[in-house]
Design a protein around this ligand. Sequence first.
Ligand SMILES: [Mn+2]
Length: 427
Amino acid sequence: MKITKDQIDSLNAGRMKRHSVQYSYCKEQCEAAGIDMDWVTNQVAAFEVAIPSWALGAGGTRFGRFQYGGEPGNLYQKIEDIGVLHALSGSAGEVSLHIPWDIPEDTDRILRHADQCGIGFNAMNSNTFQDQPGQSLSYKYGSLCHVDAGVRRLAVQHNKEVIDYGVQLGSKSLTVWLADGSNFPGQLNFRRALQNTLQSLREIYDHLPADWSMFIEYKPYEPNFYSMVIPDWGTSHFLANRLGEQAFSLVDLGHHLPNTNIEQIVATLMMTGKLGGFHFNDSKYGDDDLTVGSIKPYQLFLIFNELVYGFNHNESNNPVPAWMIDASHNVKDPLEDLLQSLHAIETAYAKALLVDQVALEDAQSKNDVVAAERVLHEAFQQDVRPILAEARKRRGAAMAPVEAFRTLDVRNQLIRERGSQQTATGL
Ligand SMILES: [Mn+2]
């Protein structure tokens, strides 16, 4: 299905009167504090986040999966769904593909289809965490780290193929997340596992085109519960440094132990120019993959505050990270969930843009702890919903995406088109 400009315009028209009042009030408040609201609104309007091809169907847990109905049954339909998200939000213009769950069999046809839906191709994701049908050797005991050179070769070859697919699609980056690790003490020689991983990554890195980047994602535990070969940002950073300029760390918000200070990690990685990728989600206990901002919105704001600071003080030329939502669960319509996540990301970004950096720096230089904290609270407590609505209007999207999704009855239309039994590939 496709959402037309007329549909969007007519939905927005009904909101304009109230919106004008709210936006003017917000603008007045911000401008009294010396903030250029047009600039903030345009910054928010320019922000885009990629949608992973595996997040469009109902998410599951290791205990089971409940169908949603109208799920996309192939890559074309997944791209269509992202087209719907993009038409509604104006901020989801790219897909991040997972290989082999979504192999683009006919690249030209996929490219034409994506173009018609207004969708481009963000980072490619490889998968060496499960064996594929007919695979000659197993990843049961690891992939890039494996004690057997044959398994490592297989995993390296897979990553090279993912790069080749991406080149055909116009992607510019590869994300490597490894499930490699051990479940019991003594199972793995830590040093050898890391050395093997570095060597395997180097072979993949050497296959990257000159204008490509490699993102190395870390995770402290799961699926392995005693050790992971790349458990933390330090190990990821070490690998990225050893590999070279085209390698970066990737921060996935759910890939930290509870209460980790992620904003500090972000600040450090940006300082060294090595923050290349970013996966948004939220969690209460572990890698819960909940809707972005649903549990810890203040933390998300503090992370964005560091990102904004990092871009304003970018001596190490940190590139704009490849932003992606990496969330998936089983009790919400996946498309509504993604719209909520986009809203939460834009909210945190807009609030971070409102931080009075001069006042913050002044308070920090005087060790005025209360004043510094108040600067942050001032921005965090500002209602930025009118800014988000205005940003969406400016980019031709629906001012209230979830309401639009419901008014247009998108899910039932998808069920009518695709049936209620179709299951998407992915998590
Ligand atoms: Mn991730």
